[in-house]
Design a protein around this ligand. Sequence first.
Ligand SMILES: [Zn+2]
Length: 551
Amino acid sequence: MRLSKKNRTNPNYFPYVLFSEQGFIHLLIFNKTNIDMKKLSVFLSCLFFVSTTALAFQNTEVDYNAVYKIKDEGLNNSQVMDIAWNLTDRIGPRLTGSSGLKNAYDWTSKEMKEWGLTNVKVEAWGEFGPGWDVKKSYLAMTAPYYQAIIGIPKAWTPGTNGLLSAEVVYVNIQNESDLAKYKGQLAGKVVMLPTTVEATTTFEADARRFTDEQLEDMTSARVSNGNSEFSANRVSDFRRSANLRNAAYQLFKDEGAAMVLATRRGGQGTFFTSNGARRDPDALPEMEIAPEHYNRMVRLAIKGEPVMVEADTKTEFQTKDLQGYNVLAEIEGTDPSLKDEVVMLGAHMDSWFAGTGATDNAAGSAVMMEVMRILKESNTPLKRTVRIALWSGEEQGLYGSRNYVQNTFMKNGAPNKAHEKFSAYYNMDNGTGAVRGIYLQSNEAVRPLFQEWFTAFEDMGANTVTIRNTGGTDHQAFDGIGLPGFQFIQDPIDYNTRTHHSNMDVFERLQAADLRKNAVIIATMVMQTANMDQKMPRKPKVFESGLNTNR
Ligand SMILES: [Zn+2]
């Protein structure tokens, strides 16, 4: 039973709000001038007994003793920045299949073993394909004068095979008929595609936090109508330009071009990389470069100034081990009847490679590891088993998590025993920003739980619970097979303006205070979930129309 704090203004009325298990709200208002107070007190005592019994059964209230210990360990002895430093500065970029990610598997599993976690393993999820590393990257403009250029090989492209010095040809291909005019002109040349990136001056700050109004909008949001923002026109535009790019690439290859240069969104020294090329060692070497450096060469070429570049890039394909892996570790539950049930938390550890993948997603990986360390170190009581997963292949399509849930919770397209024994999964992959709340992922039944648990973090600015979905990361793998999977609302900071898949996604962009708080909040969510009497409520009907693996 919870006494509502609102409606207390009239002293003659005792309003009681009772939340029943079915979610019905009973509002009883007693006017004390008209009733026998003795009978009322007996009645209220009975109500109190019934409802505390119900609450004890649900066991969803915040365990403030445990929260105190979690806060103490997480705020006073935090290691989250040390973990993040190891993943970024020390290990470096962690592209799936690269030697950097392999080093991260080794270090994280070793570290978690040292913390005393159990069942620590680097587990194959299936075949990813050849791995790839950048061994050398040099590009400069040498005429009309010398200029070092900010750029990097496009993922999974081969290198230049030594130093290349060549003239730049600006190729203005707007539609297929433009291709013919470049026949016979591209052999040995460095080809530049028409730029569409304007690197304008920005008058707004890179970084921001959510305002109270924005959070309030999220709280009051309704379930979306499911209309996709991708109109048919946009899809056909997208197809048309993809086809044109492919045709242009084929022309460059057939004509014997030496290298392809491209630019992407960015500015002020930052550039955002693409999703890479086909993993083909016989492809043309390609580089992606900062827009201002790219645009300058395009302007020079258009005005008829001869532009020369030098390039020397070396990349290495690795075909010895084609498997992709996730790193897993556990704290075993202590309740004899609940310890075979599982609460999971995770983040993807793979990254792109122009920076060190600090906000995407060393931040999430470090926080989730820190959550495990806090829970272990503070001896937080956990009835269910808690398992961390550090995924790979997220950037290429949530491969690590999607394969894991299929391998672990499904058999022949149907849920298995482990599916039944699963409670909930928590994910962090929205950059470095502070947790401000959680997305319900349309699972309305869990709203009262999260609202209750987040009361412990109002002073940290985290108490927004929104029905909205959020996509693009690993909780969707769980959601897609009918298991509760959640991702936190985080302040955007400079994720979209500066870091997300950019060459400047580096250690400096991590917000230490935010990451410490996030670990404390997530550790509490995990602890509460592990200690509920029931598993996390699920959304209904996911299997009725067959398994939706695309969610
Ligand atoms: Zn990403």
